[in-house]
Design a binder for this molecule. Structure first.
Ligand SMILES: *Cc1c(COP(=O)(O)O)cnc(C)c1O
Length: 365
């Protein structure tokens, strides 16, 4: 289906952002680009292909199927699957994807599936929980992990890693430093008992911005690649990778006493002009943006949403804007726009980006 709304994806901006983060790293530090959730709502294949072209070392997705889509598109880079499900292990192996194993069940099942396939030295990644309390082994698990690895030549530990809970929040600096310190101790213990040296990584985007001294062997950059640094100074140096555009479907003159949209949520007290735009909550525009909260840009002016956001459309106030049916509308114009809308609906750009629905056409520019 073709939908008049399109999400433009700017690969030059992606490359700029990649180079920005590269410049914060030692030459020897590997760069893992996170392309989970359709490349943060953009186009994981287009983004991954470009990242591969410009020298990214690793990619990460959340689930095996996301990695399979990249393999089908011809991507050759190693791909870390951050949250693989045991029933997908065979698929994962078939596609040369590398699992994050985070508990004994996942480790033991994976080793079993490998030995069935008679594979040797298959790269795996082991995650340690240092305070996020989401996924991961703990330090006390190390002896048992080592004994499993020693007994199974089917696996080779490619890396050990952890994830920070509040790397963007400098008021949590003491906690973050304790996570880094804990991770370092865990890694040293693993390396000593393992007999070879796997890579070590803990930093995400804000980790690189605020704690670049803890870059170890690799960093995992997600949101930064798409243009968001989780703080103004960094974001200002990044470029926006996505821009969501649409076109005005129809313009209405609303008389005083008339209402607009479902539930008659907007009642006009004067004559106004509205424009109907073909994006709605099914496209990822939250109903929380309705009734004057959110806005789009038309002819460089803000046009606020009138009434409730519908499933496939929304109406905006264009009384003061010189515009016509068919004119371009910027639903998400740039980072500042996305950040402002995210703040207004009490969330973060990550959520707005990944909510952009798959029915919106992606167009690489
Ligand atoms: C999503 C994710 C990242 C990327 O985080 P950003 O804040 O987007 O850079 C890194 N590591 C893990 C484990 C993740 O789940």
């Amino acid at each position: 289906m073709t939908h008049v709304s399109v999400l433009k994806i700017n690969l030059e901006a992606l490359e700029h952002n990649f180079n920005f983060f590269k410049s914060k790293l030692k030459a020897s530090t590997k760069f893992l680009g996170v392309v989970k959730a359709f490349g943060y709502g953009s186009d994981s294949v287009a983004v991954a292909k470009h990242l591969e072209r410009i020298g990214t070392n690793y990619l990460a997705v959340a689930y095996a199927k996301e990695g399979v889509a990249l393999r089908k598109a011809g991507i050759k880079l190693p791909i870390l699957v951050l949250h693989p499900q045991p029933d997908q292990f065979a698929l994962l192996i078939k596609n040369c994807l590398e699992p994050n194993l985070y508990n004994f069940k996942s480790l033991e099942v994976f080793v079993k599936v490998l030995s069935k396939n008679k594979l040797e030295n298959y790269p795996i990644h082991i995650k340690f929980n240092t305070g996020l309390n989401r996924l991961g082994f703990v330090a006390d698990d190390i002896p048992k992990i080592i004994s499993i690895l020693a007994a199974n030549s089917s696996v080779k530990l490619a890396s050990i890693f952890s994830h920070l809970a509040a790397s963007e929040d400098l008021s949590e600096k003491a906690f973050t430093l304790s996570q880094i310190n804990q991770f370092e101790q865990i890694a040293n213990k693993v390396k000593k008992e393992l007999g070879y040296t796997p890579m070590q990584h803990i930093l995400n985007t804000s980790g690189v911005v605020n704690y670049s001294e803890a870059q170890f062997d690799m960093v995992r950059i997600g949101i930064g690649l798409y243009g968001f640094g989780n703080e103004e100074k960094t974001t200002n140096q990044l470029q926006s990778v996505v821009q969501l555009q649409s076109k005005i479907s129809q313009i209405h003159t609303i008389k005083a006493g008339e209402t607009v949209g479902y539930n008659r949520a907007f009642l006009s007290d004067k004559v106004i002009k509205t424009a109907t735009i073909p994006v709605g909550h099914a496209d990822g525009i939250s109903r929380q943006q309705g009734n004057g909260v959110g806005y789009v840009y038309i002819n460089n002016q803000k046009a606020f949403i009138v009434g409730n956001v519908c499933m496939d459309m929304l109406m905006v106030d264009v009384t003061a804007i010189n515009c016509a049916e068919g004119d371009t509308v910027y639903i998400y114009k740039d980072q500042a726009h996305i950040e402002d809308l995210a703040a207004k609906q009490n969330t973060i750009p990550y959520e707005l980006l990944t909510a952009i629905s798959q029915r919106i056409e992606r167009k690489v520019v």
